[in-house]
Design a binder for this molecule. Structure first.
Ligand SMILES: Nc1ncnc2c1ncn2[C@@H]1O[C@H](COP(=O)(O)OP(=O)(O)O)[C@@H](O)[C@H]1O
Ligand SMILES: [Mg+2]
Length: 259
């Protein structure tokens, strides 16, 4: 059964989608069977995987609406991972789910039937703490929180931690927080270093702040526009290392015989 990571933060632009794409590509490179799940109606992950979200006939929305296995809706990426794509239709799902039965479990109904086909499933959440994100947390083994070292991120993290506690009590006692992943780290500014220091001071005693730091590089935006992961597009930039190192750690801790 796959290990499931939800990549979430209600803050936009912190590197969630970039983390799912590049961590996924790095895991695939190690030989893991990886499924990337786009759970954001903006379809940023789908686009970054080289697909045009609005020209897709079927997406995760169709699977959620029918509460059926994701399998027929999964596409192949150029780097060997599977992709369960999304487009703006997913915004409808959130509205439709609100009044439905087992509304927090719909994503589980979609992904559990394909869990045995993968070693790792990465879920790219939308920047909100709404029902879709609750669905991801209700199913995940781990939550990974990217934190941009740009502004004080503390407030957003506190809100997310409150939601995690609720989800743990009501839906998923197995959920744990893998850690905070510092992203957009700019070596040239003191401010970035200050944010990282504060992150350690505020959360370091209760949560892991990953030692893998994703450096800021314009190459990330370029590679996303080219529909390619950074580890293929610009292999040797320092920002790509963090994703490779994190992938190696996840890979080495897999319970199943992907190794
Ligand atoms: N380490 C980085 N350095 C520079 N730009 C980055 C980095 N990571 C992501 N980006 C860019 O920042 C923007 C927001 O990142 P994204 O992953 O889409 O965030 P989110 O999914 O949290 O909204 C995108 O244009 C992306 O290409
Ligand atoms: Mg995103």
């Amino acid at each position: 059964m796959a290990i499931i990571y939800a990549i979430a933060s209600q803050k936009g632009g912190v590197g969630k989608t970039t983390t799912v794409l590049n961590l996924g590509a790095a895991l695939a490179e190690l030989g893991c069977r990886v499924l990337l799940v786009d759970l954001d109606p903006q379809g940023g992950l789908t686009l970054s995987c080289g697909q045009e979200p609005d020209s897709l006939d079927t997406t995760i929305y169709d699977a959620l609406r029918r509460s059926t296995s994701a399998e027929p809706y999964i596409l192949k990426t150029s780097f060997g991972a599977g992709l369960l794509p999304a487009n703006v239709d997913l915004a409808l799902a959130e509205m439709e789910l609100v009044g439905s039965l087992a509304r927090e479990r719909r994503l589980a109904m979609v992904l559990t039937p394909v869990g045995h086909l993968y070693d790792v499933i990465l879920i790219d959440c939308q920047p909100s703490l709404g029902l879709l994100t609750v669905n991801a947390l209700a199913l995940a083994d781990y939550l990974l929180i990217p934190v941009a070292c740009e502004y004080l991120a503390q407030k957003a993290i506190n809100g997310l931690l409150k939601l995690v506690k609720k989800v743990q009590v009501h839906y998923n006692s197995q959920l744990s927080i893998a850690g905070l992943l510092p992203t957009m780290f700019d070596r040239r500014t003191n401010h970035t270093a200050q944010v990282l220091k504060e992150l350690h001071e505020t959360f370091g005693s209760q949560l892991r702040v990953y030692e893998y730091i994703v450096y800021r590089s314009i190459r990330f935006a370029e590679s996303a526009a080219a529909g390619e992961p950074i580890i293929h597009y610009a292999r040797n930039i320092p920002g790509a290392d963090a994703y490779r190192e994190l992938a190696r750690e996840i890979f080495l801790n897999l319970p199943t015989p992907a190794k």
